[in-house]
Design a protein around this ligand. Structure first.
Ligand code: PLP
Length: 381
C-alpha cells in the first residue's frame, strides 16, 4: 500500500521541501553568527504570521511547554487568575495555573459552543480583579474556534493579561496579536505550520514582559522561565543549545506559508465544504457554533465505535483519522484539515474513504460525501 494519509489534527504532513531543510549542515548555535541571524530571521517571519511587532520566542519542546512556561513565568503564588473554560484544553490550563500558585476563578461556558463574549463582558463588569486570564483559541477536541478578537481586547480593558493557546488555530484561522491586544500567544510547529513536532512558539507583549520583570518571587523553573532569553541577540548568547535542524525546518515552513496568497481562506473554504459533505450524508457535527476551520469533530453514529471506523479507514483505505479523549472518547471522530492536510485532494480521498467505510459498517448515508464535497468546492450548490 502507498504511504498512509494522516488526517489527524496534528502532527500534520511535512513536505519534502521542509524535510530537506532539516538535512542542512548543523551550525554551532552558541558560536556562529550565522545561527544567531537564522534565529532572528525566523523570528521576523513569525512576526508577520502573528501580526505583531513584539518578540516571538522559539523554544525547544512540544506545544505544552509553551502553556506551562507562560504560566510559570507570569504567575506568582496568590495571583488571581481567570480560567476561561469551554473545552478540554481550556479546562486543562487550570492545572498549570494551580501548579504555580495561582488562585483560580473559572468562567465556564458550554463545551459545544463558541464562547459567548457578551456573557463574558457581563461577568467582567462585576468581577475583574484578575492579574491574568487563560483561554484557548481553537478547542481542538471539539472543533470550536473562540472569538479571541473580542475576548482579548475586553480583558485588556480591565488591565487583565491574556495567555492564549492558539496552537491549533494560528495560520489556519485569522489571528492578530497586536490588534487584538493579546499578551502571550502560544503556537506549536506541528499543527497548521506543518513542520515536525518539537517546537513551541511564544509571542510575548511588552505588558507581559513588564509583568515578568516586576515579579517579586523567582520563577520556579529555569527551562520554563521566558525571561532567560532576554537580550540573547545583543549578547550573542542562548541559555542552552538551540535545536538547529528543527529551526531550519521551521523557517522553511514559514516561508511556504508566507508565499501563499490567502492561507486562511483555503482553510475556511475546505472546512466549510467538509462540513457540508458530512452533514449532507446524515452525520452531525459535535459543535453547535464556532466551527473551526482547522478541524472537524463529527459525532459517531449509533452502533459504530471509533475503533471500528478507524480500523476500516486505515486497513482498507490507508487513511488515519483522529479520535478524541476525555468525555469525547468514543463519542466522536475528527478530521484535521490544517496546514498541509488542508488540501482538496486529501479531503476528497478522506471523505470518499469515509463514505465507503460507513457503508461497509452498515450505515445508510443520505448522499455521497465525496461527490457533495466536489460540488461544494465547485460552488455548484
Ligand atoms: C495540539 C495542541 C496542543 C499541544 O499539545 P499536544 O501535546 O499535541 O496535545 C496544545 N493546545 C491545543 C489547543 C492543541 O490542539
Amino acid at each position: 500500500m502507498s504511504e498512509i494519509l494522516r488526517m489527524t489534527p496534528g502532527p500534520t504532513y511535512v513536505t519534502e521541501r521542509v524535510r530537506k531543510a532539516m538535512a542542512m549542515p548543523i551550525l554551532n548555535p552558541d558560536m556562529e553568527e550565522a545561527f544567531f541571524e537564522k534565529y532572528k530571521s525566523t523570528q521576523k517571519l513569525f512576526q508577520k504570521i502573528y501580526k505583531t511587532e513584539e518578540e516571538v520566542l522559539i523554544l525547544s519542546g512540544e506545544g505544552i511547554l509553551g502553556l506551562e512556561a507562560a504560566c510559570a513565568s507570569l504567575i506568582e503564588p496568590g495571583d488571581k487568575v481567570l480560567c476561561i473554560d469551554n473545552g478540554i484544553f481550556g479546562h486543562g490550563f487550570m492545572d498549570f495555573v494551580k501548579l504555580y500558585g495561582g488562585e483560580v476563578t473559572v468562567f465556564e461556558s458550554p463545551y459545544d459552543e463558541a464562547l459567548d463574549a457578551d456573557r463574558l463582558a457581563e461577568f467582567l463588569k462585576k468581577n475583574h480583579d484578575f492579574k491574568l486570564a487563560t483561554l484557548v483559541h481553537c478547542e481542538t477536541p471539539a472543533g470550536i474556534t473562540n472569538p479571541v478578537d473580542r475576548i482579548c481586547p475586553l480583558l485588556k480593558s480591565y488591565g487583565i493579561l491574556s495567555i492564549v493557546d492558539s496552537v491549533s488555530a494560528m495560520v489556519g484561522e485569522p489571528m492578530e496579536m497586536d490588534a487584538w491586544k493579546m499578551d502571550v500567544v502560544l503556537g506549536a510547529s506541528q499543527k497548521c505550520i506543518s513542520a515536525p513536532p518539537g517546537l513551541t512558539l511564544v509571542g510575548i507583549s511588552a505588558d507581559a514582559k513588564k509583568a515578568m520583570k516586576e515579579r517579586k518571587t523567582p520563577v520556579a523553573g529555569f527551562y520554563l522561565n521566558l525571561m532567560i532569553f532576554e537580550g540573547w541577540y545583543e549578547k550573542k548568547w542562548f541559555p542552552y543549545s538551540q535545536p538547529v535542524s528543527d529551526i531550519f525546518a521551521l523557517e522553511e515552513a514559514l516561508k511556504v506559508i508566507l508565499e501563499e496568497e490567502d492561507i486562511e481562506k483555503r482553510h475556511r473554504v475546505l472546512a466549510e465544504a467538509t462540513r457540508k459533505a458530512v452533514t449532507g450524508a446524515g452525520l452531525s457535527l459535535y459543535a453547535k457554533s464556532g466551527h473551526a476551520s482547522t478541524v472537524s469533530t463529527i459525532v459517531l453514529p449509533e452502533g459504530i465505535s471509533f475503533s471500528m471506523l478507524k480500523d476500516e479507514m486505515l486497513e482498507k483505505h490507508g487513511i488515519l483519522i483522529g479520535g478524541a479523549f476525555d468525555y469525547l472518547g468514543n463519542q466522536v471522530f475528527r478530521i484535521g484539515h490544517m496546514g498541509e492536510n488542508a488540501r482538496e485532494e486529501k479531503l476528497y480521498r478522506t471523505l470518499k474513504a469515509l463514505h465507503h467505510s460507513f457503508t461497509a459498517l452498515g450505515m445508510k448515508l443520505k448522499e455521497s460525501m465525496h461527490e457533495r464535497f466536489v460540488k461544494e468546492m465547485e460552488g455548484i450548490i
